[in-house]
Design a binder for this molecule. Structure first.
Ligand code: IMP
Length: 195
C-alpha cells in the first residue's frame, strides 16, 4: 500500500520508513509532486494534524496522513506543546528553541516532559486519529548530534541517553512517533485482513 504523508520534514520520513516494513510505502509531499507548506494555525496538535491531512486530501482526493508533534513539559504546564516548532520565533531554529526551553526551565526541579504525536489518517474521505506518547525528562545541557528538534535535551524514560545520542533504530525503541505509527499500521492491517 502506498499512502501520501503530508510532510516536508525529511527526518520524520526517515524515522517512519525505518519503522515500516515492505508492505507500506509512504510518499512525502515532494515525492508526490506537491509543493506546499501547510500552515499549523490551531492551538491543539489534533487540529493541526487534521488541517494538514484535510488540505492534502482536498488537493489530491487520495488517501493520506499527517502528523503533528509537541514537547510538553510538566513544570511549564505543557509548554512548548503545540508551539514547539516556533517556540523561540518564526525562523523555527532548533538551537533557539532549545535555548529558550532551557532558560524557562532554569531552577525548576521538575524536569519531566513528554513528546506527544498525533497522526491524522484520511481513508476514502473519513478521518482516523492515532496518538503516541514518549515520557522522559529535559537535560540541563544539550548533548548529541543525531536527530532533530529537541532531541539533544530529551532523555526518554528507560534510557540514560538523549535522543540525539542515539541512532535512529535506538530512538525508535522509545519514540512517540513510532508508537502512533504502529497504531496506524495495525489499523490498516486489520482493515486489509477484513477486506
Ligand atoms: P511539527 O510536528 O513539525 O510541528 O513539530 C514541531 C516541533 O517539535 C519540531 O520543529 C521539532 O522541533 C519538534 N519535534 C517534533 N518531533 C520531534 C522529535 O522526534 N524529536 C525532537 N523534536 C521533535
Amino acid at each position: 500500500m502506498t499512502i501520501i504523508f503530508a510532510t516536508n520534514n525529511s527526518n520524520k520520513v526517515a524515522e517512519m520508513r525505518a519503522v515500516l516494513g515492505g508492505n507500506f510505502h509512504i510518499l512525502p509531499l515532494k515525492e508526490a509532486g506537491i509543493d506546499i507548506d501547510i500552515p499549523e494555525p490551531h492551538d491543539t496538535l489534533e487540529a493541526n494534524a487534521t488541517e494538514k491531512s484535510q488540505t492534502i486530501y482536498r488537493l489530491t482526493g487520495q488517501d493520506c496522513f499527517s502528523e503533528d508533534t509537541g514537547l510538553e513539559t510538566t513544570a511549564l504546564n505543557g509548554e512548548p506543546g503545540v508551539k514547539s516548532a516556533r517556540y523561540a520565533g518564526d525562523d523555527r531554529s532548533f538551537e533557539s528553541n532549545i535555548a529558550k526551553l532551557l532558560h524557562r526551565l532554569d531552577g525548576k526541579t521538575d524536569r519531566t516532559a513528554r513528546f506527544r504525536t498525533i497522526i491524522s489518517l484520511i481513508l476514502s474521505g473519513k478521518e482516523y486519529i492515532f496518538e503516541g506518547i514518549c515520557e522522559g525528562r529535559i537535560t540541563e545541557v544539550p548533548s548529541g548530534n543525531s536527530g532533530f528538534g529537541y532531541d539533544p535535551v530529551f532523555i526518554p524514560e528507560g534510557s540514560i541517553h538523549t535522543f540525539a545520542e542515539m541512532d535512529m533504530a535506538e530512538k525508535n525503541r522509545f519514540s512517540h512517533r513510532k508508537k502512533a505509527l504502529q497504531k496506524m499500521v495495525q489499523f490498516l492491517q486489520n482493515r486489509q485482513s477484513h477486506a
